[in-house]
Design a protein around this ligand. Structure first.
Ligand code: PBG
Length: 305
């Protein structure tokens, strides 16, 4: 049997995700040999600059894709949130397994008293997050907060929090759950306060567009509900011509027999936001996303994109 090689970033979270894909593949084909190919990306090597300021879209995905394109690997496992919506002509996004909990989480230093709501976070707290989406939504609810950049992997960020470099830290719930660090979550930031990023908590697995064997294997790993949600969310992002660092939030979920998508485009300081809600059957996921994007554009969102 052909050994399947999975290209992944080398961080503990990325390796967890690649190993998860390996176990999904092997749960269908127990004898299937699967190797991990660890690749360093620009986003991993540059640990100092703010993500918003360098490299543009694809800093965590381009070199993983290259490993598949030049034949060092057969598939690339990405956090779907980090994967640009513009498809690569020689790759196919064939595998989208079931999504983990997709909201953001607020963490406090180990020694801090626990809180039950955003309102209880101390006055003028310094919150570490480089994400314009997270900053703008938090600022809209708590204009007294200030923000600082933070880089490095999840464990490094938590060490900086406990060392007192800032008062609070925002990370994706999914990454914390996968790393067995969910016990560090002080508050899950839920809608309507904070909507997640497009594709947050979902994995996207790409392979070569002409590799029909792998396309078939990956198609079998797809979770239809997740596929429908992220199709709508990514269609909205593509229609906005925005990248993963844009101040865009989207929350698509099952609603009765159909899908409901909330889209939010934010002004950098949270002073203004453009929102749209669209619903429809899952077969029309792409249309739902496109129409929601056109709604926010009609409301004036282009001024902040
Ligand atoms: N851009 C970094 C990134 N990409 C995916 C995740 C977490 C896992 C996920 O959302 O799928 C993270 C870290 C974070 O936002 O806390």
């Amino acid at each position: 049997m052909r050994t399947l090689r999975i290209a992944t970033r080398a961080s503990r979270l990325a390796v967890w995700q690649a190993e998860h894909v390996r176990s999904l593949l092997q749960s269908r084909r127990p004898e299937q040999p699967v190797d991990l190919v660890r690749v360093s990306t620009e986003g991993d090597r540059n640990q100092t600059d703010a993500l918003v300021g360098f490299g543009g879209v694809g800093v965590f995905t381009r070199e993983i894709q290259n490993a598949v394109l030049d034949g060092r690997a057969d598939m690339a496992v990405h956090s779907l949130k980090d994967l640009p919506t513009e498809p690569h002509p020689e790759l196919r996004l064939s595998g989208i397994p079931s999504r983990a909990p997709r909201f953001d989480a607020l963490l406090l230093p180990e020694s801090a008293p626990q809180i039950d709501s955003l309102a209880e976070l101390k006055e003028s707290a310094v919150v570490a997050t480089g994400s314009p989406r997270r900053r703008a939504q938090l600022a809209a609810r708590r204009p007294d907060l200030t923000f600082c950049d933070v880089r490095g992997n999840v464990e490094t960020r938590i060490k900086k929090l406990d060392a007192g470099e800032f008062d609070a830290l925002v990370l994706a719930e999914a990454g914390l759950i996968r790393l067995d660090l969910a016990n560090r979550i002080s508050l899950v930031l839920q809608p309507p306060d904070v909507l997640p990023a497009v594709g947050q908590a979902a994995l996207g697995i790409e392979c070569r567009a002409d590799d029909s064997e792998v396309i078939e294997l990956l198609s079998a790993l797809c979770d239809p509900a997740t596929v429908a949600e992220v199709t709508a969310e990514r269609a909205a992002l593509a229609e906005l011509k925005a990248g993963c660092h844009a101040p865009v939030a989207a929350w698509c979920r099952a609603d009765g027999d159909g899908l409901k998508l909330d889209l939010r485009v934010l002004h950098p300081h949270g002073r203004q936001e453009y929102v749209a809600t669209r619903s429809g059957p899952p077969e029309q996921a792409e249309e739902i996303g496109r129409l929601a994007a056109r709604d926010v554009i009609a409301a004036g969102a282009s001024s902040v994109l």
